[in-house]
Structures are given as C-alpha cells and as structure tokens.
Ligand binder design. Structure first.
Ligand SMILES: Cc1cc2nc3c(=O)[nH]c(=O)nc-3n(C[C@H](O)[C@H](O)[C@H](O)COP(=O)(O)OP(=O)(O)OC[C@H]3O[C@@H](n4cnc5c(N)ncnc54)[C@H](O)[C@@H]3O)c2cc1C
Length: 403
C-alpha cells in the first residue's frame, strides 16, 4: 500500500491544477490516470476566466509559450448568415479579455507535465476501480491487471466523464437537460476569418434552432467542428455520421461557403448523452471537481472554466482540511460552485428555448447589456455587478420581451 497526502483521480485540467496547488503547499500528491498522455478529449475552446485562473496559479506563461491561437470572442451566425459578434474585450472591466483555442491532447499534457515537474507522482494506465471511504483507500488496476492500493489523507475525484466516485458512492443524478449528441471531426482548408477575428469561435445556428455547430480554429491550420442536436434529430434521418455531417454543411449557406475547399482529417465521431449532475460535491475525506461534478452543455464552452474554477477552489479547501481548520465545504465549495453553474444553466436553457438568440440579434440592446453578455460568456459568472448573475432567468425573460 502506498501512503500519500492526496490521491487525485484523473489527470485532466481539473486534476492537474489542483495537483500543482497542493504541491506548492508542500503536500504529496499521487495522480492516477487511466490513459497514457497525450490523449484526445473534446472541449477545445477556453474562456478568459480560464486565463485568469491559470494566471493566479502561475501557469499562464507556460500556456502562452505553446503558441495557441488567441480567442477574442464568439461569433453567432444564423441560417441567413447574419452575424452577432461577442467580443470578450468588451467586458465589464475584467483584466482578461481573451483566451485560447487549444488541442486538448496538448493543453492537458502541458498541465500534467507541469504537475510532474512540481513533484506529483503520476501513474498512467492506472484505472481506479474501488474506494473504501472509511479508511480512505483507493484501489486501482494497471494495464497488466495488477492491483494497487493507495491510502490518502484526502481523495479528489477529477475523473471527468469517468465519474468514478459518483458511480462508486451512488452520487449521480440525471441531468435536467435533454439528451443531446455531439457529432464532430477535425478539418483543414476551410475559409478562415481575417486576422483580428481568426481566433474567434463560430457558433452556427442551424435549421431553426434544431441544431448548432462549433467551429474552433487551431494555430496549426486545422479546425475542430461539431454539430450538437437532440438525439432524434440525427437518428430520424437514418443517415450515417458522415452523411449527416455532410448534409448539414451542404444545407447551411454559411457552412457551404466556408467549407467549400475543406477536407476532413478524421472520421466523424459521436458523443452521446454527456450532461450529468450530482447529489453532493464532497463528503468525509473526499471531494469532486471538474466534470466529475456537473456537466451542463458545450454551447458556451464553460467546461474547462468550471473544471479550473472548481479545482482552484477545492485545492484551497483540501489545504485547510489537511491543516485541521475544519473548512465549511457546503458554503465555500458547493454553494459557491452552484452560483456559477446555475448562471450558465439559465443561459443554456435560454439558448435552447431560442430566447438568447432573440437577445443576441436584438439591435435595441444597451451597451451595458452587451458588456454583461460578453462578461458572462467569458466565464465571469460570479461577478455580482453583472446584471445577469442574480435572478438570471427573470432578467433574460424581461430582455426577451423588450426585444
Ligand atoms: C461535445 C462537447 C464539447 C465541449 N466543448 C468544450 C469547449 O469548447 N470548451 C470547454 O471548456 N469545455 C468543453 N467541453 C467540456 C470539457 O470537455 C470538460 O468540461 C473538461 O474536459 C473537464 O475537465 P476535467 O479535468 O474535469 O475532466 P477530463 O478532461 O475529462 O479529465 C478526466 C481524466 O480522468 C481520467 N479518468 C477517467 N476515469 C478514470 C479512472 N477510473 N481511473 C483513472 N483515471 C480516470 C480520464 O482518462 C481523463 O484523462 C465539451 C464537452 C462536450 C461533451
């Protein structure tokens, strides 16, 4: 049995940031990661709030050195090619007005390598299979089927879609969001935007809100693209993934033009039913962070931001716990996280109900409302000065009626 201060399950951004923070405070950290890195994971578009968190934790310079394309904002494009530009620099005064578009196999690897340099023991191809909560003992199986046990003072589950402790401790609850699919690939050769907007994410509205697409340009000239729609919207076509993808591109005037000379770099893949929710984010001797807690929806690229926010916060809580300070997990972790998650949740609902579309394309919006929207979509969902961070649903509804 290996003894360590903290076992972290999963070496994604959430696990790595928490590891770095704990290591800097002098705690021993063992990261158990079921895959060899670099590994593919979806979710390549970051928000300015990510930069702020990376900066706060001394990680921004190493990310800047990677030469990722700078993301200045999001451009919404409707079925008639009408555009609404959300410029992240036009925010409510926050320092970070840009972020990056990153291939996650590279970004996640840089963060995990940094944790290793700070002293983390990272064991790849170790799959966590069991957790004894009374003794705080984690069991993992390696790729040769050997069993290993780890006794920790604290266990952090940052296993993302693996949802290790939610499954083992029966903490999972169904998400209140509808089941949706993401049908995705990588391409090259599409028409790029002029330099000052090249790094923006395109969010393309398709078929009267029945589907939307992301287009995320990378600095190496390749691009990530995906279609998000309800399960039936794809299944009822009886088309293969490739045929469905091609049909959507072919029937949207903006996509048809943009992808005229593009080629696919890999087969079209699908991720199904990814939204998830949780009964509790913490318990005696353990906590969850990142996607292992709640994952809403990809539309506003909030996943990595929430993963970093939660791990930044959870690491502080664990440090207090290990110092015997008896931190208030309910108030300072779960309630805090739910404030930001719930703002995003209302934006996600309003997006699928077509309400945000009305607001985005409304010419009567005040400058403050424009800035408030840019700020929320930048990930500043805890900013109490933002119009949308309290009574979010009511305020969206009021704006819809004014528009
Ligand atoms: C279609 C789609 C599009 C998205 N687009 C975006 C986007 O543009 N921007 C954005 O910010 N977010 C996006 N996301 C969300 C984003 O992918 C996640 O929020 C993010 O990866 C969460 O990071 P994490 O560190 O919590 O988990 P992950 O990055 O998933 O890392 C978890 C790690 O745990 C490991 N693991 C799992 N099970 C075990 C086990 N049993 N034992 C050991 N290790 C284990 C995994 O191998 C993995 O490496 C998108 C999600 C979807 C579904």
């Amino acid at each position: 049995m290996v003894n360590t201060d903290v076992v972290i399950i999963g070496g994604g951004p959430s696990g790595s940031l928490a590891a770095c923070k704990l290591l800097k405070e002098g705690y021993s950290v063992t990261v158990l990661e079921r895959l060899e890195f670099p590994r593919f994971v979806i979710g390549e578009s970051l928000l300015p709030r990510c930069n702020e968190l990376l900066d706060k934790n001394g990680l921004i310079d190493i990310i800047k050195e990677q030469g990722y394309i700078v993301k200045g904002g999001a451009i919404f494009i409707d079925e008639n090619k009408q555009e609404e530009i959300v410029d992240f620099t036009n925010n409510l005064g926050q320092k970070w007005g840009t972020s990056f578009q990153v291939k996650r196999e590279e970004f996640d690897n840089v963060l995990l390598e940094t944790a290793k340099k700070l002293g983390a023991v990272v064991l790849h191809k170790y799959t966590v299979t069991d957790y004894n909560n009374d003794e705080n003992i984690i069991t993992a199986i390696d790729d040769k089927d050997a069993t290993h046990t780890f006794k920790a003072k604290f266990v952090l589950d940052a296993s993302g879609y693996g949802r290790v402790l939610p499954k083992l401790l029966d903490l999972d609850i169904p998400s209140d969001l509808k089941l949706r699919n993401a049908i995705f690939t990588r391409i090259k050769g599409e028409k790029r935007r002029a330099q000052e907007k090249e790094g923006f994410i395109d969010i393309v509205i398709h078929d009267n809100n029945q589907a939307w697409l992301w287009i995320i340009p990378f600095s190496d000239g390749t691009t990530s693209m995906g279609i998000v729609c309800q399960e039936d919207y794809f299944k009822n076509t009886n088309l293969s993934l490739e045929e469905f993808f091609d049909k959507v591109v072919d029937t949207h005037p903006y996509l048809k033009e943009k992808l005229e000379n593009a080629v696919k770099l890999q087969p079209v893949g699908i991720i199904e039913g990814y939204s998830s929710a949780i009964k509790k984010m913490y318990g005696k001797g353990f906590a969850l962070s990142g996607n292992a807690t709640e994952f809403l929806d990809p539309v506003f690229s909030s996943g990595v931001t929430l993963a970093l926010e939660s791990s930044d916060r959870v690491a502080d809580m664990i440090i207090k716990e290990l110092k015997g300070e008896n931190p208030d997990w309910e108030k300072d972790y779960e309630e805090y996280m739910m404030i930001g998650i719930n703002v995003f949740r209302e934006f996600v609902y309003a997006w699928y109900e077509g309400k945000l579309r009305k607001i985005f394309y409304c010419s009567k919006k005040s400058v403050t409302i424009k800035k408030s929207i840019a700020s929320i979509l930048s990930g500043y969902v805890w900013d109490e000065d933002n119009y949308f961070t309290t009574n979010t649903k009511e305020k969206i509804d009021t704006l819809v009626s004014l528009c």
